[in-house]
Design a protein around this ligand. Structure first.
Ligand code: SF4
Length: 213
């Protein structure tokens, strides 16, 4: 069984949190702003790139001697930003659609966050020619490497059973993940319409704009 995940920071997007410099992100400022209890200031945060800069590593939880965990506060702000649709006001927030349509949809489709069939060199050129060759020859190569790619038995890269995929869907339904995905799609659709950019599903024009910007 795969645990439900929170889809915020992701290694699949070109500009990950690893690209963010220290000057762009200050969790103390986020916490101070929340403690002000000023709704206008909180709304500014919900519309900002700032709350999407956190890597959700939760190092703050293990390291802070006072037990402060700004990462949890930021998780709550992100949830609220999606709930209210304010995430579409920031560049980093808008990328939630690209993360949902890659990592999120892949979990429900394959039971894997990142799956070889979806990692092609058009989207991930940094994988390089060796990866491209491996992908083209994956049936024979993954067999020789001892994986169980696309097999209905235990082992690396095995098929996730229908029963487990159904369980995953039910977990998303019950924990609010499905509803959150629907909101990301809904508000993104409205933003794409406002910008006059094609919006359907999968890797459409709006997805490609977000993914590459
Ligand atoms: S989880 Fe905590 S330590 Fe990690 S990036 Fe976010 S605020 Fe910083």
């Amino acid at each position: 069984m795969v645990a439900p995940v929170i889809l915020y920071g992701s290694p699949v997007l070109r500009k990950s949190s690893a690209d963010i410099t220290e000057k762009d992100y200050d969790p103390r400022m986020v916490v101070n702003t929340v403690q002000l209890r000023d709704e206008a200031e909180v709304e500014k945060l919900l519309k900002s790139d700032t709350i999407w800069r956190c890597g959700e590593c939760l190092s703050c939880k293990t390291r802070c001697p006072r037990g402060n965990v700004p990462g949890y506060i930021i998780q709550a702000l992100r949830a609220l930003s999606i709930e209210t649709g304010l995430f579409i006001e920031s560049e980093q927030g808008r990328k939630q659609l690209a993360i949902k349509r890659t990592v999120g949809d892949h979990i429900l489709k394959y039971g894997y966050c990142v799956y070889i069939d979806e990692v092609d060199n058009d989207m991930y050129p940094e994988q390089g020619p060796v990866w491209e060759w491996l992908r083209e020859n994956r049936d024979s190569m993954l067999e020789r490497l001892g994986t169980n790619y696309k097999k209905d038995q235990s082992g690396t890269l095995r098929n996730t059973s229908k029963e487990s995929l159904n369980d995953l869907k039910r977990i998303f339904d019950e924990t609010g993940g499905t509803q959150r995905f629907e909101k990301i799609e809904k508000y993104s659709s409205e933003k794409a319409k406002e910008l006059g950019i094609g919006f359907k599903e999968g890797k459409d024009d709006y997805f490609n704009l977000l993914y590459n910007e």
